[in-house]
Design a protein around this ligand. Structure first.
Ligand SMILES: *Cc1c(COP(=O)(O)O)cnc(C)c1O
Length: 406
């Protein structure tokens, strides 16, 4: 039995980390773990990045919090930089991904309300989606395991199967306001929408005067080798939720939107106490300094290829353990043959951290700053874990055959 007063909502590995250095985490016992979980795609620049440490400590000595009753120059500066580098004209800062989604959902609904079409509040979402754990975002995600026991599901979300464009077309009705999706489903099992499909969905939105909302909480800020994953498809959303990597480990998120989509978000319609506070903004600007540096994303793409090749070879070598390597950039997944938790634990046994995902996938989310050596080391450790699992599985099969022969 646990002796802590904490809610027992998480099943944690019995590991305590005391410090981090780049792609590495050190436990209280002095063991070194290679961190390809990166706080679930959050530590985009690794641990204790000197530029982020400097930005945070400098700001900590000046001012922590004032609230959005006053001007926050670093907030305006980060919004301007995000707008300058994306489709967006406006930015609302939040503290988390779910809050960024809440803002996105409210923005879409309010847009049609202000146009005199208050009936248009429904949003189409995709099976396997994950949008957060608030009441609205569990309704948007539509996963029964997250909805169960929490009362009536928030109204207004219509879900269609992943990859089924006909179902998507069929579900659009007179009350539909928007389509919401992750360009690459992260929790759902590292499933990427092909650029062609995203283009068709964009066209569908234009034809029906719908807003397109992308959840780039996990895929954003360089994770896939572009600043935002949708850039691979050449189309843009009207509204986008961002979080995780944007703060490099400092809790923050943002909702980005075009002027047209967000025009109805006037004073009084939305708010936050902590969102966009000076500490978060100092770090967010520091993250952008690095990610927007000339050549940074080229390096992400080069390293992503290295990782992808290594994982593909592993899938070829151990067909009894993993069947496929998939993903975009440094958001990679191994589709498992054995249960993904068994594979994840075996990999953790080699002191490499990764994250399970839906569809029996193990996710690899290294810091964008991982070195070639880190990636080679990770591949070697996954290979060792798979070797052990494959040998175990073969021995079990042999044992079973021997028994059968008796
Ligand atoms: C993590 C995640 C969220 C929720 O973010 P929180 O910060 O945990 O609220 C939403 N959407 C996607 C795609 C995510 O990966």
């Amino acid at each position: 039995m646990s002796t802590t007063a904490l809610y027992q909502t998480f099943s944690r590995l019995p590991l305590t980390f005391e410090r981090g250095e780049g792609s590495w985490l050190l436990t209280d016992k002095g063991e070194r773990y290679l961190d390809f979980a990166a706080g679930i795609a959050v530590n985009s620049l690794g641990h204790a990045h000197p530029h982020l440490v400097a930005a945070l400590t400098e700001q900590a000595g000046k001012l922590w919090h004032v609230s959005n009753l006053y001007e926050i120059p670093e907030q305006s500066r980060l919004a301007d930089r995000l707008a300058a580098n994306t489709f967006a004209d406006r930015v609302f800062f939040t503290n988390s991904g779910a809050e960024a989604l809440e803002c996105a959902i409210k923005t879409a609904r309010r847009h049609f309300f202000a146009k005199g079409q208050p009936n248009r509040y429904r949003i189409v979402t995709i099976q396997g989606a994950f949008h957060g754990r608030t009441l609205a975002t569990i309704a948007a995600g539509g996963q029964e395991k997250y909805l169960e026991g929490f009362g009536p599901k928030v109204e207004g979300f219509d879900q269609v199967p992943y990859g089924d464009l006909d179902a998507l077309k069929a579900v659009i009705g007179a009350d539909t306001a928007a389509i919401l999706l992750e360009p690459v489903q992260g929790e759902g099992g590292v499933r990427a929408f092909p650029p062609k499909i995203l283009k068709e969905i964009r066209a569908l939105c234009d034809a029906h005067d719908l807003l397109l909302i992308f959840d780039e909480v996990q895929t954003g800020v360089g994770r896939t080798g572009k600043l935002f994953a949708h850039e691979w498809s050449g189309i843009a959303p009207d509204i986008m939720a961002v979080a995780k990597g944007i703060g490099g480990g400092f809790p923050m998120g943002a909702c980005l939107a075009t002027a047209a989509a967000s025009d109805a978000m006037v004073p009084g319609t939305h708010g936050t106490t902590f969102g966009g506070n000076p500490l978060a903004m100092a770090v967010g600007n520091a993250v952008l300094d690095i990610v927007l540096e000339e050549g940074f994303l080229d390096e992400v793409n080069r390293k992503a290829l290295l990782l992808k090749q290594g994982l593909a070879e592993i899938a070829d070598s151990f067909p009894g353990v993993v069947s496929e390597a998939r993903g975009v950039g440094l958001l990679m997944g191994l589709k498992c043959v054995l249960p993904n938790n068994v594979v994840k634990d075996a990999i953790a046994g080699e002191k490499l951290l990764c994250v399970p995902a839906g569809d029996n996938v193990v996710r690899l989310l290294p810091p964008l700053t991982a070195t070639d050596e880190d990636i080679r080391e990770a591949i070697a450790r996954i290979r060792t874990a798979c070797e052990k699992l494959q040998t175990e599985a073969q021995n079990e099969a042999k044992g079973a055959r021997a028994k059968g022969a008796v």
